[in-house]
Design a protein around this ligand. Sequence first.
Ligand SMILES: Cc1ncc(COP(=O)(O)O)c(C=O)c1O
Length: 333
Amino acid sequence: MTIEALEGSESILKKIGNTPMVKLDSLSNNDAEFYAKLESFNPFGSVKDRAAFWMVKLAEENGLIKRGHSVIIEPTSGNTGIALAGIAKLLGYKVEIVIPEKASDETKKIIESLGATLYQTSDDLCPKVGAGTDQSIALAKSIASARPDKYYSPNQYSNEANFMGHYKGTGPEIWQQTNGKVTHFFSGVGTGGTITGIGAFLKEKNPDIKIIAVQPQQNHLIQGLRNFEESAKPDLFLKREQVVDDWLTITNDEAFAAVKEIFIKDSLLVSPSSAAVYVAMKKYGIQKGCAVGIFADDGKKFKSLYSQQKIFTEEEFDRAIGEAKHLSHDSFY
Ligand SMILES: Cc1ncc(COP(=O)(O)O)c(C=O)c1O
């Protein structure tokens, strides 16, 4: 499958990547500039469109899946499920997603509305890898291994295509969008595809660029991110973890307070994980340079969570959707 050859409804997939970067006026000054890379502008709404597309593309190229026949099954805390459901359906695959029941209701509804079958487990918000209690990963594996002729699990936690999507796409985009001026890069870590792919590319361009990993507190409510005291590191992350220079841990309270702060100061309606990245960018103490943070998705699917956390009432949230700048209304879900 080549991107250029995609036609008809499949051409939606050409819109993956090349996401905008916006300046965060609330943090920037004459000496230091701060930018958010808005991954919500991918067609299925998050940074995970990139990994999902690359994993399906490489599986097809390697003859591991066949359109109209194969079923793609994957454990995910949300965004990979949305991306795989959307992308694979366009290409003619059935999709089954195993998700922790704590993922937001909106996330689950989006996955189902894209035609995927949803299995829920009682895992923590982000399925744990390694030994332990990760029912989502175990369930996906057991379904796939019972019918290897039909089922394929991309396994984003070790699939090199997940890394490549960022090494070949997001990393070069950030380099170009900052004209090579980027000095600091911030990202949360789920599988590690985003931070290692972008980090490896940027370090090749300029080894002095600092790569900062953002992790949530233990027992967190930050969909998509992982705390490494609670969970082992995924294989994909372990392979290149040396690209990370520093770690910052952000609490639930800090992230949720920042959701409101970013809306008031920058007019952006962001997801909890993007708010965690923002807090890390603010706390790191950059006096001079150009910092870029991955805002992995936007706030649209967190109405119920934000109302529960008393960030926005439902009425305030609806108003915020209308008032927010840089909110993509072109998502295909
Ligand atoms: C919501 C969300 N999903 C996924 C990711 C990145 O995931 P991965 O490490 O799997 O590339 C992030 C990181 O910024 C995130 O905030």
